[in-house]
Write a protein that binds this ligand. Structure first.
Ligand SMILES: [Zn+2]
Ligand SMILES: [Zn+2]
Length: 303
């Protein structure tokens, strides 16, 4: 899956996932307002595929939309052949691979002859970092907020509990951190601690808090993740290694580094850690495949 967007119309909420490689858009109705694709009613919580030429109707057929896929001629065209979720760990690669755009057009434009701003939305989000910025503004994603930070649930959780703590202040990456950010990072850590304390399972499951070493996103975020790694979204070696090797930099270490050196440095070769063989994070045994690893992990948590 290449592109992802949540699209809000004035009175309803619809999630659109553009599967650029497959040439359709998945339409999911999140809100109560009636939504249909051609004559098929979607229904709350349901998802249907919408192909170019089909019509999306929002709110009692009041707002018809069509979908168009456009080749982005400005980017290079190295598209990944595998369908993929836009997980942020993949961000680095996606920057170069995301070259398709999906655009939602409203037919109202043609009818009225003038563009209607609220009913014409470019869903060319493309990069999950943009989705992240959208998500942090979305009240339905927010689980905590104060004047400095917001906590959202990870859209593709890699464990039973997986939150992201994000500062409102725009800090593009670990590289951009300076000593003056120490207080903010400590606050992020405190908020993360509180999230864990309030978690009903905090007595039985361990949590880790940290940053991915190589920033693939344009906004720093602290991962708060339970160590059960029990999630269908955890699908590959890259996912696993990004949370269980030194690629995952503990929050306390990042703060300490910032206090002592005034900046955060990432060791050379850190990106190679994502290619390591799979190892259980509890007993460190090497396990050949993700399904075997998931099965193995269960043995640690059922005791
Ligand atoms: Zn991350
Ligand atoms: Zn083990």
């Amino acid at each position: 899956m290449d592109c992802f967007a949540i699209f809000f119309c004035r009175s309803g909420k619809i999630e659109l996932k553009a599967e650029c490689n497959k040439g359709y858009v998945k339409v999911k109705q999140l809100g109560l307002n009636p939504t249909s694709v051609d004559s098929a009613v979607v229904g709350k919580g349901n998802e249907v595929k919408m192909k170019p030429g089909q019509h999306l109707h929002v709110v009692n057929q009041l707002y018809p939309y069509t979908v168009q896929f456009k080749e982005d001629l400005t980017g290079n065209d190295k598209r990944d052949r595998r369908p993929r979720e836009p997980t942020e760990e993949d961000g680095e690669k996606q920057k170069s691979t995301l070259t398709m755009k999906a655009t939602i057009h409203t037919e109202k434009d043609a009818v009225s002859g003038s563009p209607v701003e609220a009913t014409k939305t470019n869903v060319s989000v493309g990069h999950w970092s943009q989705g992240l910025k959208t998500s942090m503004q979305d009240p339905s994603m927010q689980v905590y907020k104060d004047d400095r930070v917001v906590v959202i649930t990870d859209k593709y959780p890699k464990a039973r509990y997986h939150w992201l703590v994000l500062p409102w202040q725009s800090i593009p990456s670990l590289k951009a951190l300076r000593e003056e950010h120490c207080d903010l990072l400590k606050h992020m850590q405190q908020v993360a601690d509180r999230m864990v304390q309030q978690c009903p399972d905090s007595g039985s499951v361990r949590f880790r808090m940290g940053y991915h070493a190589i920033p693939s996103m344009s906004h720093i975020h602290l991962h708060v993740i339970s160590q059960d790694f029990d999630s269908p979204c955890l699908k590959n070696k890259k996912h696993w290694n990004s949370f269980t090797t030194d690629y995952f930099m503990p929050s306390h270490d990042v703060i300490r580094m910032l206090e002592t050196d005034g900046r955060v440095t990432v060791k050379e070769g850190t990106s190679e850690l994502l290619k390591l063989h799979l190892r259980c994070h509890v007993c460190h045994r090497e396990i050949p495949t993700i399904p075997a690893l998931k099965e193995h992990i269960k043995s640690h948590f059922s005791k």
